[in-house]
Design a protein around this ligand. Structure first.
Ligand SMILES: O=C(NC/C=C/[C@H]1O[C@@H](n2cnc(C(F)(F)F)c2)[C@H](O)[C@@H]1O)c1cc([N+](=O)[O-])cc(O)c1O
Ligand SMILES: [Mg+2]
Length: 214
């Protein structure tokens, strides 16, 4: 039977990366996606911007919406302090199965909790299920039409506190116009655009960093 692209991405990690070395896992995926098969990881260029924001925030609690194969999960988790926790939501069970193996290959399974399901189901349950009150950092990289409703849901569930930082991928390409309009016009957010390129291409894209003001 034919393999899937996530399966081939995982094979590239297992072939080219060193177990327990997150940087080698990130490098192996970027090499695979740049030279073999494009895939929708945040990528190396936007990834460096994401790294700098994560390092600046130094979060203890992180929520990622949209694990896919675990590329940004590994990038973020590798920068977290020892007591920190990253919860990553993934809707597609096949992608989740691959991501678990990528995260394990990087040796980061103790910092990461991968949860399978939808944001609508899980965002209201996170506090009781995982003993987390609020998130210091949220990375949005799931379905682009869900960024805004899920941000409003996180606000409603009290998952954001004064100073919580949202980082959104793809605000230009494929684009998240309603989300961008909201965080840039709402008095509850201080927003900043970091211009870059769509992963592994020359097209423009960027990350939007939005600080919740409470
Ligand atoms: O469509 C893109 N990304 C969609 C990404 C979607 C991923 O998020 C998961 N998800 C859905 N709901 C949840 C949650 F969390 F709610 F449970 C998680 C989906 O199963 C999928 O793995 C995309 C497309 C391009 N592109 O160039 O076309 C470039 C990119 O960087 C992209 O991220
Ligand atoms: Mg993306």
């Amino acid at each position: 039977t034919q393999s899937t692209r996530p399966q081939r991405l995982l094979s590239a990690v297992q072939k080219n990366a060193t177990r327990g070395n997150p940087r080698s896992v990130v490098r192996a995926i970027d090499e695979f996606c740049r030279h073999k098969e494009w895939a929708m990881n945040v990528g190396d260029e936007k990834g460096c911007i994401l790294d700098s924001i994560v390092s600046e925030v130094n979060p203890v609690t992180v929520l990622e919406l949209g694990t896919y194969c675990g590329y940004s999960t590994v990038r973020i988790a590798s920068l977290l302090p020892p007591n920190a926790k990253l919860i990553t939501l993934e809707f597609n069970p096949d992608f989740a199965a691959i991501a678990r193996q990528v995260i394990a290959w990087a040796g980061l399974q103790d910092k990461v909790q991968l949860v399978e399901g939808s944001s609508g189901d899980w965002i209201p349950k996170i506090q009781e299920q995982f003993g987390i009150n609020t998130f210091d950092l949220v990375f949005l990289d799931h379905w682009k039409d869900r960024y805004l409703p899920d941000t409003k849901l996180m606000e409603k569930c009290g998952l954001l506190r004064k100073g919580s930082v949202l980082v959104a991928d793809n605000v230009i390409c494929p684009g998240t116009p309603d989300y961008l309009e909201y965080v840039r016009s709402s008095p509850c957010y201080k927003s900043q655009y970091f211009i870059s390129h769509l992963e592994y291409t020359k097209a423009e894209d960027g990350l939007e960093k939005s600080v919740f003001l409470g």
